[in-house]
Write a protein that binds this ligand. Structure first.
Ligand code: GDP
Ligand code: MG
Length: 442
């Protein structure tokens, strides 16, 4: 994987002042292999390698960075660039209702994403949302959307399999106008493979309803197939955005690179899990870290394996596997394990960037000493509080601070940082982190 490969090159680059054609050749080979392994399509890999080479060559290495580190920086930057640079928001700037058309293969997650988007728009943007199903091939699909709409708290516009998709959608638009609804999400049918009939149908639908957003929904686990599907949909429809679903599995995120490259459309959201709360805005820089970061964690394990307490690692692994959250009880245990592994500082440079950053902020200064303070704060909590950090309110905070001999602000800082870390652990828990912990368990 990418980071393992990079780590190797970083070592070989030690002691060189500049990045040159010769000394980065090996590194570029490694990056190329790693990207291919992560299911990134070949043309994308070629493009990316060319960009990295151009940016890296002749770059003066900043005093504080080794050439290897500088290279990793360039890779991260270019990964981010190729995924669009910055976050791209949903465009709703039109006369209401803002119509959003969902396109994609069957099983890609369209109906689920309609529910997730409805919930997101309702809760995050206070929009009044109407949803409608134009999937007239399976009665169950319409019923599924109705259920999902109920869960999301969105209005559902009924349809029947005897109707034509265009008629259904136009009637829904009319209803939305008359009831002053802000957004209309149009769910559509999808086939298991691309076929002309399906493409024709959705093209006609698109022409009739003129959506402000045409979102392509694609399964991140589809790997190389995602590229072909994306190409077909992109030729048939003027896509305005992509939703990458099922990013919760062992998916390595390679599809994010390919799909963006093929369609040119920004990835706007990612879907994680089947629950309606599982929708995240897409941030290219974070995805780049994810692609880069996984391996770091794994190499950390290699070193950790000999030192950690096997049983507690196993317990944690089981907990993560069961999908239970990572709480402060676990965190406390981890600090103890880090100690055994020779202190925090030796681990810092192996952590993914965000992770290390969170840990650094948490320390706020001298590493081991600060870690001791963190441990003190956690020790002053009850097991219940450690398992439910979100329930720690003002009076509990005061008690904990007093117990640990610190200011309440320090408790706040720890809780904030922990929340960030928890989010990250969630991302890793089913993919890299789950593997990591199983590895630790032996
Ligand atoms: P559609 O045919 O495109 O409408 O796909 P559905 O929305 O019916 O989803 C197909 C299956 O994938 C269902 O079992 C969903 O629960 C599941 N699914 C959809 N999105 C996600 C996701 O982001 N993560 C996971 N794990 N499952 C998902
Ligand atoms: Mg569906």
């Amino acid at each position: 994987n990418l980071t393992n490969r990079l780590a190797h090159v970083v070592k070989t680059l030690r002691g060189q002042a500049r990045l040159t054609e010769e000394n980065i050749a090996e590194m570029l080979r490694e990056v190329r292999m790693a990207l291919l392994e992560a299911d990134v399509a070949l043309p994308v890999v070629k493009d990316l390698i060319a960009r990295i080479k151009e940016k890296a060559l002749g770059q003066e290495v900043i005093a504080s960075l080794s050439p290897g580190q500088a290279l990793v920086g360039v890779v991260q930057q270019q990964l981010t660039e190729i995924m669009g640079g910055s976050q791209s928001a949903l465009n709703l700037a039109t006369q209401p209702p803002a119509v959003i058309l969902m396109a994609g293969l069957q099983g890609a997650g369209k109906t689920t994403t309609v529910g997730k988007l409805a919930k997101y728009l309702k809760e995050k943007q206070r929009k009044k949302v109407l949803v409608v199903s134009c999937d007239v091939y399976r009665p169950a699909a319409i019923a599924q959307l109705q259920t999902v709409a109920g869960q999301a708290g969105a209005e559902f516009f009924p349809s029947e399999i005897s109707q034509k998709p265009v008629d259904i959608a136009l009637a829904a638009i009319d209803f939305a106008k008359r009831h002053y609804l802000d957004v209309l999400l149009v769910d559509t049918a999808g086939r298991l493979t691309i076929d002309e009939q399906m493409m024709l149908e959705i093209q006609q639908l698109h022409a009739a309803i003129k959506p402000i957003e045409t979102l392509f929904i694609v399964d991140a686990m589809a790997g190389q197939d995602a590229v072909n599907t994306a190409r077909a949909f992109n030729e048939a429809l003027p896509l305005t955005g992509v939703v990458l679903t099922k990013l919760d599995g062992d998916s390595r995120g390679g599809a994010a690179l390919s799909v963006r490259h093929v369609t040119g459309a920004p990835i706007k959201f990612t879907g994680v899990g089947e629950k309606l709360s599982g929708l995240d805005e897409f941030h290219p820089d974070r995805m780049a870290s994810r692609i880069l970061g996984m391996g770091d964690i794994l190499s950390l394990v290699e070193e950790a394996r000999s030192a950690v307490d096997e049983k507690s690692a196993m317990d944690l692994a089981n907990k993560l596997k069961k999908g239970k959250g990572f709480d402060l009880n676990d965190f406390k245990e981890q600090i103890g394990q880090m100690r055994k592994m020779g202190g925090l500082s030796s681990l810092m440079d192996k952590m993914p960037a965000q992770f290390a950053q969170a840990a650094q902020q948490m320390q706020g200064g001298a590493q081991e000493k600060a870690m001791g303070r963190v441990e003190g704060i956690i020790n002053s909590m009850t097991p219940f509080e450690r398992a439910h950090p979100d329930l720690i309110k003002a009076s509990r905070k005061r008690r904990i601070a007093t117990g640990a001999g610190v200011q309440v602000q320090e408790v706040n800082r720890l809780l904030n940082q922990f929340e960030q870390m928890q989010k990250m652990m969630k991302q890793f828990s089913k993919g890299g982190m789950g593997k990591l912990m199983r590895g630790m368990g032996g």
